[in-house]
Design a binder for this molecule. Structure first.
Ligand SMILES: Nc1ncnc2c1ncn2[C@@H]1O[C@H](COP(=O)(O)OP(=O)(O)OP(=O)(O)O)[C@@H](O)[C@H]1O
Ligand SMILES: [Mg+2]
Length: 270
């Protein structure tokens, strides 16, 4: 049986302002979903709510993995349930190398009861594993010795994201890829990495406007978010159409959601 990530009637507020107004989505292992929508529609809010970011309060509805409600779980516990969230803005952790960071992350997921300082994946085994994954992804082994996110280029941040995914092998991966600031190297790293990693064991939600990313990873489902809800769901054709023609027709078909979105956009530009 494949796993199911089920988002039901999800309402999320940020600083007491309602942002998501009843989002429904079902992602099965092995499926690729694209989430599109104009600025301020709530796409990143959905990603943060899935991650369990403390500023994003779930006020109604649920997020379930195989019937288990994870809405109250800490981010670490969600990772153990097989959720992986790539963040738009990764943090710099001084003095921690890429390889050490990933070793801790996979040890946490694989040995849930481990205490700090114990239960790490043995070094020899770990080295073998990370080398094999980096080899498959054509990554320079030197990259694992870099300090985490310290002076990383856009492409290197994406290498980190993809390598983490390759090592964690999540059931569900959510990638929030901003349009601004992604150079062509970064887009290539994500497109190719994702194409290599996705398969029957992973469900993917890609938040992006990048045509290239979706070309390499054609979504079976494209969801359009407007004013904090999913207003339309289609296939890869819908993603193409939105790239070519923008959101004017969507706004016309969903005037209430469009009005909410306009309020959000105005609030964001104040
Ligand atoms: N931390 C926050 N504090 C205040 N308002 C927020 C916060 N995060 C999101 N919002 C508001 O929530 C709304 C949705 O924002 P969100 O970032 O989810 O949109 P988005 O669809 O990801 O947009 P973009 O395409 O620009 O990335 C906006 O009105 C935004 O101002
Ligand atoms: Mg966003």
């Amino acid at each position: 049986m494949s796993s199911l990530l089920k988002i039901s009637d999800l309402h999320v507020s940020v600083a007491d302002t309602p942002i998501l107004r009843g989002v429904n989505m079902e992602i099965r292992q092995g499926e690729i979903h694209a989430l599109m929508g104009p600025n301020g529609s709530g796409k990143s809010t959905l990603a943060y709510a899935l991650a369990g970011h403390p500023h994003y309060a779930v006020t109604d509805g649920s997020i379930e993995v195989d019937g288990v409600n994870v809405t109250e779980l800490a981010p670490d516990d969600r990772a153990r349930m097989g959720l992986f969230l790539a963040f738009q803005y990764p943090v710099v952790i001084p003095g921690v190398k890429v390889a050490d960071f990933i070793r801790h992350a996979i040890s946490n997921v694989r040995n849930p009861d481990r205490k700090e300082g114990e239960g790490l994946i043995p070094m020899r085994e770990y080295r073998k594993e990370i080398r094999a994954r980096m080899d498959e992804l054509n990554m320079d082994p030197e990259f694992a010795r870099r300090y985490l996110n310290d002076g990383f280029s856009g492409g290197e941040k994406k290498r980190m994201e993809i390598l983490q995914m390759a090592m964690l092998r999540p059931k569900f991966a959510v990638l929030d890829e901003t349009d601004s600031g992604l150079d062509s190297d970064a887009v290539r790293v994500v497109s190719e990495g994702l194409a290599k990693l996705s398969g029957p064991d992973m469900g993917v939600l890609i938040i992006t406007h990048h045509e290239r990313l979706l070309e390499f990873n054609p979504p079976q489902y494209t969801h359009v978010m407007l004013g904090g809800r999913i207003v339309e769901t289609g296939d890869a054709e819908l993603a193409h159409d939105l790239h070519a023609n923008g959101y004017a027709a969507i706004r016309e078909r969903h005037p209430d959601a469009a009005a909410d979105n306009t309020i959000a956009e105005e609030a964001a530009t104040v």
